[in-house]
Design a protein around this ligand. Structure first.
Ligand SMILES: NC(=O)c1ccc[n+]([C@@H]2O[C@H](COP(=O)([O-])OP(=O)(O)OC[C@H]3O[C@@H](n4cnc5c(N)ncnc54)[C@H](OP(=O)(O)O)[C@@H]3O)[C@@H](O)[C@H]2O)c1
Length: 256
């Protein structure tokens, strides 16, 4: 299956504001996500992917043998609103879920019925979010992880594997950071920090997640990219390069 390019739009306000109340598919367009896949994984954003999830949803209806069970499934589904998306039985890892776009994605996935794990670096903020999500009845867990560190990525994926019994349906590579300067002024350390946080982390997390995603049978990997990866946006040339890497790499990794 070939990749369908996401629609590109140029938000005048932060994406996290635009995303409030939108479906994940809509958010993908707003934020210009790069959506990649690894065989045999399909693409989250496309209609084809929605169609692929449909049998999963209806299989839940089919396996509900009694009238009471079918009514129960229908009740759960209707409690998720009029959305075309239902992710009951799916699990997801969203990196950087304590603020902004990642936070909105965690809530969107949890509202749709997915079990979600997230990570970030600040313990107090993470615990605060986890408490809030518990209060809202969402199935969300979290752990501390700096995604720019390979040791911590390994630990994160071990946690995820143990929580989700070796299977992962959705990996959202959301973490990203920026330092805005003129190209001639960046230090080598700043270059390394941006590359490690924005691009290397996604590369290695995909590698580490691959066995789990493949084992899930229905898996998707999403990169939260940026228009800065496609056109000049005054947000710094290194940031633009890291986001451009997402676009290029998601195309390559979808095929090999
Ligand atoms: N905001 C926009 O308008 C916009 C536009 C286009 C694309 N994007 C992209 O969307 C993504 C999210 O942006 P945002 O504005 O929502 O970010 P944000 O508000 O700054 O939130 C970043 C999240 O990632 C976590 N994080 C940051 N560095 C981390 C690291 N090294 N390891 C683990 N967690 C880390 C943060 O928690 P801790 O600080 O506690 O670690 C926080 O939860 C980024 O990839 C960004 O490039 C954003």
């Amino acid at each position: 299956m070939g990749l369908k390019s996401p629609a590109v739009s140029y938000p005048a306000v932060p994406c996290c504001e635009l995303m409030k109340g939108l479906s994940l598919a809509t958010c993908a367009s707003v934020c210009n996500m790069s959506v990649g896949s690894m065989e045999p994984i399909d693409i989250l954003q496309t209609e084809a992917h929605v169609a692929k999830l449909r049998p999963f949803i209806s299989s839940q209806q089919r396996t509900a043998s009694s009238r009471e069970e079918r009514e129960e499934v229908a009740k759960v589904e209707s409690s998720y609103g009029s959305s075309r998306w239902v992710l009951i039985g799916m699990n997801a890892l969203v990196t950087g879920g304590t603020r902004g776009i990642g936070h909105a994605i965690v809530e969107e996935l949890a509202e749709l019925g997915a079990t979600v794990h997230t990570c970030s670096r600040k313990e107090a903020e993470l615990n605060h979010c986890l408490q809030e999500w518990t209060g809202k009845g969402f199935a969300v867990t979290g752990s501390l992880c700096d995604v720019s560190s390979q040791d911590q990525r390994l630990q994160l994926m071990e946690n995820v594997s143990s929580l989700f019994t070796g299977k992962l349906n959705i990996l959202i590579n959301n973490v990203g950071t920026n330092i805005i300067k003129k190209t001639a002024e960046y230090t080598a350390e700043e270059y390394s920090k941006l590359m490690a946080t924005n691009f290397e982390s996604t590369y290695h997390l995909c590698q580490l997640a691959y066995p789990l995603v493949k084992a899930s049978g229905v898996g998707s990997i999403v990169f939260i990219s940026s228009v800065a990866g496609l056109v000049h946006t005054s947000s710094g040339s290194i940031y633009g390069a890291t986001k451009g890497n997402h676009h290029d790499w998601s195309l390559s990794v979808a095929l090999v």
